[in-house]
Design a protein around this ligand. Sequence first.
Ligand code: SF4
Length: 435
Amino acid sequence: MIRRAPQRPAADPLVEACAPAAGPEILRERGQWEAFCGLTGIIWLHRKIQDAFFLVVGSRTCAHLIQSAAGVMIFAEPRFATAIIEERDLAGRADMNDELDRVVGRLLERRPDIKMLFLVGSCPSEVIKLDLSRAASRLSQVHTPRVRILAYSGSGIETTFTQGEDACLAALVPQMPDETAADGRSLLVVGALADVVEDQMRRIFAELGIERVSFLPPRRAGDLPAVGPLTTVLLAQPFLAETARLLENRGARRLSAPFPLGVDGTTAWLATAARAFGVEPDLFERVIAPRRDRARMALDRHRGELAGRSVFFFPDSQLEIPLARFLARELDMTLTEVGTPFLHRRHMAPELAQLPPGVLISEGQDVDRQLDRCRAARPDLVVCGLGLANPLEAEGLTTKWSIELLFTPVQGYEQAADLAELFARPLRRRKMLVA
Ligand code: SF4
């Protein structure tokens, strides 16, 4: 869908791959833009928090969006649904709050396995000004302590799709207990990671001697980690501006690090945590070296296919800048343009410092003008949303859906080669088609 663009809310001794480069050129655009909405985040969040349920309060369009994105993967009881806002609701002939209370009551009666319920707002619920935060507190009085009921917005009005996760995690922050002095220092990794990636990270932190490590979101609703001034936050995803802000308001200290995409990104990310927790460089090297070397060898297999090829990013997932850094530095690809929906300068500073000099970064979008630039550049690969991919393929350009990067485990050493493969595959497919 196309909407108006939103108004946006040093050398490390442990890291060998982070030489700073000259500041990039930034083009700001505020025209029509094309992106999915925040409801999309439900697809990976419902897998992560295994006893949570996501109830979208929206239209049939919203229901179709999440069903078509995830429906084929449901084999057991689903953990998301849509409470449809009908025409009579829109016309004000029904009390939406009464209907919502009935729907929630029926759902929780039938599903005792649900421990956390998210009421997820949509464009229609925002347009009719249905206050889901108030509904969540009203329903909490009835259903707490059995179920915790929270609300956040997944609306596509002036947002991009990864902001759904940010809004969901931001709703969890006020629920996190205060840490106690007896708890001692802890590391809090923030951002939904696939379980396999989370397990790998836990093992590495344990081997580094960082003992108290927790993840947000947790796998179980009852396992929300504590937060406070003894908490050190390490963001695992680059799109969590609001969540980070709320955690910092609770006293936590955020580490500034590149994101764990690719071998160098993962090393720099881990090194930042290691330095903050006083890990000896020798121990860091002993723990990291075998994994880093294996991952580099696995990446080498893809360099031949990708080196020298040009790539153009349309703004969509907010992963674009870390991905561009990975493709340019570790696979020798050429960056034509790196579009990002928003540029959070503080969170992105370590990434920007590693981009090649002179690369064009665009923030926001004017989709027609950007399409013109893309057509003129004729890049080897275009990373974009689903809505642009098919028309560009029809024009002979090779595309990669950016949303796939959220559905696939891509962070960490063991996934670095898989991440490269995601970019190599469409190029291979194109070669076979034209052969
Ligand atoms: S929340 Fe808005 S953008 Fe998303 S599916 Fe519903 S109507 Fe469409």
